[in-house]
Design a protein around this ligand. Sequence first.
Ligand code: FES
Ligand code: FES
Length: 162
Amino acid sequence: MNSPPITLHVNGESTQAEAGLHDTLLTVLRDRLQLTAAKRGCNQGVCGACTISVDGVPMRACLSLAHNCESADVKTLEGLQDSAEMRALQAAFAASGAFQCGFCTPGMLVSARALLQRNPDPDDAAIRSALSGNLCRCTGYVKIIDAVRTAARALQGEGVAS
Ligand code: FES
Ligand code: FES
């Protein structure tokens, strides 16, 4: 039997999606709404690949029940493309070679954007702390941290990323 639809506010639009009581937000975003930037990695709250923004805060979509998010402002990477922080981060990630397989990258970008919005000039410790919930099996993190630092400088007018 199909589950009744719920209303979610995703990327600035209200949308209806079928959601069972135990369906996670990640399941609804990926499998019902075809918003696939958030990745299903561990599916148990460990890897951060599913990181999205909920009411402006990075959250793991695999740990949130969709029914609990009906009044929340949900943004996936698809809905964060227009911010200056995201544009600077994407340019810096590309310029720095901050990804290999890319599986962790959407979650990294969502976490890094939230960091730059609350702290425009983060030091390395702050960057590491902000990304501590996002695991990367490929890069060793050095280039990712470089890219976030580069994006921060670009946003401060130093013109590093383009
Ligand atoms: S898929 Fe959600 S934390 Fe790994
Ligand atoms: S680039 Fe492969 S997991 Fe991070």
